[in-house]
Design a protein around this ligand. Structure first.
Ligand SMILES: [Fe+2]
Ligand SMILES: [Fe+2]
Length: 280
């Protein structure tokens, strides 16, 4: 393998609280399967915890999990870590984001590897109107400019998919839980459409899918959850029932990817995320 090649593992939606014995057992299965891939880099696309949004004291144990790998790892938060997008019950707020940052150092990351730049985003603040959302977009623009200047390809990583099926789809009561609001989706797509962006890796849906968005020439990967839970919500396309994670092999200008299935009991949950306005 040429020196510039490297292996990346994307984990998502581990939903772990290592104080629970059954979660420790699950973690050992995940950890050994990831180690077997011999990754050079690990990215976690959110929902690492169960459920830090209600008890952030578990974040430190989640961080220690990642320390059990012998390569660098980076993580962005999901809704079970810091709260849902604004407009859904149990929404994100700045105090919990600060708890997350206290534990993990930041809620976004940028990592350079050879001809590639990996940019992790906090998708939970999209549409929040928090100053941190504007700061994140400004930072993202700087990162994309820097990647262009360095002639690097870009990989975006965040918890929520940018859209479910069509880039200009209506955000309905049924899809509202899964994807950002239209304004923030479009603001993000304007960045994702830059030619340097080759791959968009996300989690959240507990469902596997790979698509190629011809409009912005990027591959979009929905990473399966490694928690054992498979969510079968109506808007999802068929054949995504997986429990596992993704392995990517990067070279200078291309990449390949493979879904790795985990030997975990698969629990199918029909989750109807239809948004029901509260009357209280
Ligand atoms: Fe999740
Ligand atoms: Fe999620």
């Amino acid at each position: 393998m040429p020196e510039s090649d490297f292996i990346l593992v994307q984990l998502s939606d581990t939903h772990l609280d290592l104080r629970k014995p059954e979660h420790r057992d699950r973690w050992h299965i995940i950890r050994e399967a990831v180690r077997a891939q011999k990754p050079d880099l690990i990215l976690v696309s959110g929902d690492i915890s169960d459920d830090g949004m209600f008890d952030s004291s578990i974040f430190h144990a989640n961080l220690e999990m990642l320390g059990e790998f012998d390569c660098p790892s980076y993580v962005v938060p999901g809704n079970h870590d810091i709260g849902n997008k604004i407009g859904v019950d149990d929404p994100v707020n700045m105090p919990i984001i600060e708890q997350w940052i206290n534990a993990f150092g930041n809620d976004r990351f940028a990592v350079e590897r050879d001809r590639w730049r990996f940019i992790g985003l906090n998708s939970q603040i999209l549409g929040s109107g928090f100053p941190r959302e504007d700061q994140q977009f400004a930072w993202l623009d700087q990162q994309l400019d820097a990647a262009d200047a360095a002639q690097q390809n870009v990989v975006l990583c965040q918890h929520m998919p940018i859209y479910l099926n069509e880039r200009d789809e209506n955000v309905t009561s049924q899809s509202h839980y899964w994807i950002p609001s239209p304004e923030s989706r479009d603001a993000l797509l304007a960045r994702a459409d830059r030619p340097s962006v080759k791959l968009i890796m996300t989690g959240h849906v507990h469902w596997y899918r790979q698509t190629y968005d011809a409009h912005h020439n990027a591959t979009c990967i929905w990473c399966p959850s490694s928690s054992g839970l498979v969510v079968t919500d109506d808007p999802f396309p068929p054949n995504g029932e997986s429990v596992g994670f993704m392995t990517y092999h990067f070279s200078d200008s291309t990449f390949t990817y493979q879904k790795i299935e985990l030997a975990l009991e698969k629990q199918l949950i029909h989750f109807d995320a239809t948004y029901k306005p509260r009357n209280d």
